[in-house]
Structure formats: structure tokens, C-alpha cells
Design a protein around this ligand. Sequence first.
Ligand code: ADP
Ligand code: MG
Ligand code: MG
Length: 877
Amino acid sequence: MAKYVYDFTEGNRNLKDLLGGKGANLAEMTNLGLPVPPGFTITTEACRHYLAEGSVPDGLDQEVAGHLEALESQIGRSLGQADDPLLVSVRSGAKFSMPGMMETVLNIGLNDESVHGLAKQAGGNERFAWDSYRRLIQMFGKTVLGIDGDLFERALDALKGKRQDTDLDTGELQGLVETYKGIVREQTGKDFPADPREQMRLAVMAVFDSWNAPRAILYRRQERIPADLGTAVNIMAMVFGNYGDDSGTGVAFTRDPGSGRQGIYGDYLQNAQGEDVVAGIRNTIPLEDLERLDKDSYDELLGIMRTLENHYRDLCDIEFTIERGRLWMLQTRVGKRTAAAAFSIATQLVDQGLITMDEAVTRVTGDQLAQLMFPRFDGGAPKKKIAKGMNASPGAAVGKAVFSSERAVELSEQGEDVILVRRETNPDDLAGMIAAKGILTSRGGKTSHAAVVARGMGKTCVCGAEELEVRTAEQRFIAPGDVVVSEGDVISIDGTTGEVFLGEVAVVDSAVVEYFEGAEPDDELVRAVDRVMRHADGARRLGVRANADTPEDAARARRFGAEGIGLCRTEHMFLGERRQLVEDLVLAATDADRQAALDALEPLQKSDFTGIFQAMNGDPVTIRLIDPPLHEFLPDIVDLSIKAAKDEATEKDHKLLTAVKRLHEQNPMLGLRGVRLGLVIPGLFTMQVRAIAQAAKEVPGSKAEIMIPLVAAVQELEAVREEAVKILADVGVEALIGTMIEVPRAALTAGQIAEAAEFFSFGTNDMTQMAWGFSRDDVEAAFFSRYLDLGIFGVSPFETLDREGVGRLMEIAVAEGRAARPDLHLGICGEHGGDPDSVHFCHEVGLDYVSCSPFRIPVARLEAGRAALAETDSDTR
Ligand code: ADP
Ligand code: MG
Ligand code: MG
């Protein structure tokens, strides 16, 4: 028969799935011999059954009754017994900590009779007994009976006036209990349930139900905690911090969760119970002052904290209560910490001999590292918030508001810091985005153009700040309250929180980025990061390359640890002044005209590549031949039509308009682009290949890899390959020729394609779009939040690689590609290459490298190391 209840002596910390974190750790502490009030845990399995079926599983009631009986005989009192009651708490506790999100009820077992018994038990302390009773009705009323908690709060406030809760005397507390009972009667039409067992049973179900409280659901979504785990319920004997001044309750950390430093960190509140200490009802005292109040308990507590740290080999946080000079442990867990503390603690624990360097690497995450790489606002600085948008790309940026890409470039060339403000950005804003310190948009979500590009560049971005009315033509925006910000006015944006501030807020630079840029590690945090990174690099099997299109990006990527370029896009090289040449190419009426346009482009392309080869100094550079449809390089159809209508169009404008109309596509994503362009426009790809070959020849030691995009069939690749091989031979250089695997058909026919490809690079952005059949730019605003609500995916498949679908295609391509060509080199160059979970997947399917934007390279290095160590790490946590 299923077992749904575990005594604290039966569990241990590895049973978090079943007992929840709180229950598992209470059991662990019990078995360590620490002073934990006795109790037992109802499993998450029982909760899942209850939530699915609407009733508790068969046998649970009897099992709980059995454990309660054992608890009663251990303590020598029975639950709610009139003359000498046992009281219990009923506490939630899921696998992952969800602080304060679910319910807990204290002092269960009190009623009009047992309150007298409790007073007697406490040596005639009537005040304490009635204080406990009013607390029970208040907590039970709110969490179990669903009464608005403010009703109780208001009654308490009215009674207290300016006094504190501890100033209320017995008579007043008795009156308060009557008032509370009245509120219960009025709100529910029933009396407060006096039967202790009934109280306990109802509280257990209320804790189960609290798993699906709206705030719990919201928290889970934010923290990416699965929705179907359920919570355990812990029932334990009460101990009392509200006896009087010789009692109290507190919280503590075994070291500073902000910096990782060892020391005494905690708060204590005399004559208090449960949440009082964090609820701020009275001023707490620093934990070190407990030494003065109760030296024995204090010393014992410090000893226990050392025991816990050595046992868990990590920072722990704890909750404790002192009852008349006796210390009780009520909770512990491996504590949350800031990103900076995570690195410091991991290396400190190594130095203390508690963990190995391998473990230290697994104790920090790429997300934490990324957080340390962004500048941030000084927490104490004064701020005037004017709007809030989405936290699209973290960091802090301050500058003058500008409303066009050109102005951004102009002002930044004059040495000004600017924030580019747009309704939304498009590829033409790129120069302005690069020039700006930060980007602010009023439209678009976390996968909008602005957000994706900014994240890739490691640039601060707040997007979709819908309260802002951006009037680009007037060069200003209007914030709520008629705040007008015009070009040149200074604003500050926080990409970590999505907040927008008026004026300048002080910013602190990231020392970690300075370190990656080459500075000597000179403070504790940076030294910790340095040690962790070195160890991760030594452990990882995946190579890490960069997506970089310019010599500057390439150079930075190399400083950040890139071992090559996995994706050099060539389309940016056709923008700006060179648009002219693309227009000539499109408008070419004869073969000769077309060749002339290509001939003009070739030397420009060659010098682009020379710069990148030089920057990479002999490391491989994968260059992707032109990918987007050519109409992306032409003027906007609307602009041209207006010009034509106004009779302002030149002869060329008319020709362009005709061309734009001819090239217009319903579905550009699936249109004339990638390898199809190379096959349809004679000379385009060969021009690029020749430019690459000549550049490679000019820079000795350079390693070029030519990559063909959007291939779906081996025949496409063979056609391009044949010409490319000839050109390479002509120029007299060697280069690998390979393909992107981004069209599902390519993955499914990878065995054939590998016959013509020396390497594969997975283009998982396009592959995600095509596998799901939706276009990134259209779907996010339209229905992604609904899909997240429905649990169709837990996280956008554009952020984290969809293992089941897109991942499956990759697995097929890896297996069949390697079967056909054992030395096939495999990488990924989609945005996913810098996403922690996706990096782990790439490690697992056996890719040779991941490629990501320069700023994500340290993250990818760290996660690649963690992925390799996770394989060998049996049980470290
Ligand atoms: P949360 O998960 O929100 O922290 P808890 O279940 O930890 O909720 O309960 C909140 C507080 O109630 C605890 O920190 C502790 O101070 C108090 N508490 C819980 N159980 C008991 C108990 N058996 N005796 C005394 N205090 C308790
Ligand atoms: Mg707690
Ligand atoms: Mg693509």
C-alpha cells in the first residue's frame, strides 16, 4: 500500500521530491540530532492526488491519525486536550522553496477550553495563551476559511491604537478573540471550528489548495518551477516564542547571502511567534545582540550553524525559536544568494576543504555570471521612475534621449552617451543601437528585434514600455503624468527591472567585464570568477566560438575566450553606402551590368574578411554566404510609392519601385533567400567565395570555413560546392565547405547532405520557426503568453532550445551526419548557443562547439564546463 506519511525520523534531505524541501530538511536535522520539535510530513504525492481527484487518497486519514497518536504519546499530551493540550503547526513545503507563497497555520488545537489548559501548562501565563488563541483564529480564518485578512488586522489595530501587540493585556486579548470569532461567524455563517482534529484536517487541505493560489502560480512561472509538483504538509509540535521576554523567534544565514562573507547574519525578535520577525510588526534586533540576552542559546545556535554548513557544505538559512531559554530549530535549507555571493561562496568552500573545484563550478550558473557582467545602478542613489517596461536585456544605462539611429550615431561620435528611444527597432537601427548606451522601446516583447539584438550585444534594453507615447517625428516621448522627454533630455533605464527613470542615476561598472577584457583580477569576486572560469575551461568538452561580423566584435570575442568564429554574417556588409551596389545588382538589365555591380562589391567584401581573419589570428572563421532576401536591402515600397505619387521619383526610383514590387513576397522567411539566392543570381555566391579566398590568401595562417545557409537538399549544396571548389583551387587556398542545418528537411536527410559538407552548423532560430511553423516576429505578441499560460511550453522555444522537437531533429542530423562522414565537424550558431540549458543539450548530443554572441561567451564556457562536470558528478547535492 502507498505510504503517504513520514515521521521526521524516517526522512532525509534527498527526499525533496516526496517530502518537499522543508520536510526533507527537518528530517535531516532531526537525524543529525539537532533540537527539532517532533512531527511528520504528508507527501507531495498525497497533495497531487488531492488536487487531481478533489479528495484525499484512501487511507491518508488513518495514516495521519496513527502518526498523530505516536506524536501525542511521545509528548505526553493529546491534540487540543482541554487541561493540557498539544498544539501543532500545519506547514506547507514544496520541492523548490517558494517563500511565503503558500500557507502555514500555527497553534492548531486551541479552543475555548484548551486555551485555559495552555495557560495552566505555561504556569498560569494567561496572556500568552490568549495571544496564541487569537493568532490561531486570525491565521486559520484567513488561510483556511478564506476570510479577508484585513478584517482581523483592522480589529487588532483598532484595539492597539498606538501601542504594540505585546502591550495588550489578557483581558484585551480575550476581547479580541471574541471579536475575531464574530468576524468568522459573520463572514462564513458558521462558528469557528472548535474540534482540534477538524482544525487540523481543514488546515491540511488548505495547504494543499494553496499550491494553486494565484500568487503561487505566478511565482512558479517566474521561477520556472513545474506546475504539477504539489506541496508536502508538515505537522509538528508547537514551540512558543511568545511566552514573554525570555522567548523569541529569529531567522539567520550561516554567511552573508549578499557577499558570501562569513559572519553572523540574522534578525531576532523577543516575545514573538512565526512570521512576526519578517512581517516587520516590531523592530527586530541584530542576531549578535542575542548573545547579550541569552548567551547559552546564542552559543548553541552558532554551533548548530557551523554544523549545518559543514554538513550541507553550503550556505544555509535557518528559522529558529527560543522558548523560555530553550533553542528549537524550525527550518533550514541551502539558502538563496546573489550572483556575486555564489562565486565567492563556492571558492571559499573549496579553500575550507568542504568541496572540490569540480563542485564549485557546478554551484554557480551562467545566469549568475551574466548578471555580474552588466553595469548596474547604485542601489542607494535617488531616482524618479516614469515608466516600466519589459526587462529585455539587463544592465543600467544613462544617456540623452535620441529618437533616430542617425542622431544616436552623431551624438555618440561627439562623445555623448545616448539612449535610443524608438517605438520599435528594425534592422536599419543597428548602427544607432551599437552607438547607444541603451535602448528603450514602447512596443514589442522580449523576443522583439530590439530585445534580441540588445541581448546579443550585451546592451541594456527596456522594451514594450507601453505607457510611453513615442513621437518620433517630434523627437520626444510622453510619460504618464504629462512628463515630456525631448531629444537631449537625460534618462536612465534599468534592463534588469524594466524601469525607466528621469534624469541621471549613478551607475557602477562591472569589474567582471573588465577582467574578461584583460584586466588583472584584483578583488575577491573577480578572483573567484577567474578560478571558476579556469576550471570550467579545463573541464569542458565543447568548444566555444563567437557570432561576430566585424573585426571589433571578433577581437572582443577573442578576449572573452572565443576559439573561433562560428557565424560571420555577411548581410551587414551590404548595408550603408553599399546599398547602392545592391540596388545596381537588382536593377541590372544585362549580364554585364550585373557583373559590374558584383565586381564593385568584391574588393569591399575582401577587405571585410581580411579584417576579421587578422583579428582572429589563425583561429577558424565560419563565413555564411548571404542569407536574407534581396528586397531587404531595397528602399521601402511605401516611401517609393509616395515619391512616385508626388512626382518626386527619379528614373531610378521608378525602376526600384518596379523591382520592389516584383520581389515582394507573402512569406519572406520562406522565400527567395539563402542558398536559393546563390542558385538564382549568377555570380553572387562566387563573388563572395572569391573574396573569402583572396582574403584568406592575404592573411597567412587564416582558416576559412564557407557556410551555405538554408540548404534543404544535398543537390542545392552540391551545385554551390562545385563552383566554390573551383574558385578555391584557382586562388590556391584551402577552406572547409559546409552547411547550416536549419530547414527540417536538411536534418532529416543529413546523411545525404554530409556527403557534400565538411561541417554542419545548426541554425536553431530558423529551425525553431520552421519546426513549429511560426515566425518569431509575429507570434510573440500574438499568442506566446497564452501558450505559456496553457503550459504548451514552459519557456519560449526561441529562448531555450525545444529538446523534444527541434532537439530531436538535431539528434537525427548528428547521428546520420556522423554515420556518413565520421569526421564531420558539428556546431550550433543560433541564439541558443549562449543559453545555459541549450548549451547542456549541445553537450549531451555531442556537438563539437557552440557559437554565440561575444557577450555570452563566458556564459557558454562556464555552462559547457558545468555540463561536462554534471556527467561525472554522482551525488554532490
Ligand atoms: P514559510 O514557508 O512561509 O516560511 P513556515 O512553514 O516556515 O512558512 O512557517 C512560518 C513560521 O512559523 C516559521 O518560520 C516559524 O517561525 C513558525 N512556525 C512554524 N511551525 C512552528 C512550530 N511548530 N512552532 C513554532 N513556530 C513555528
Ligand atoms: Mg519558513
Ligand atoms: Mg537562418
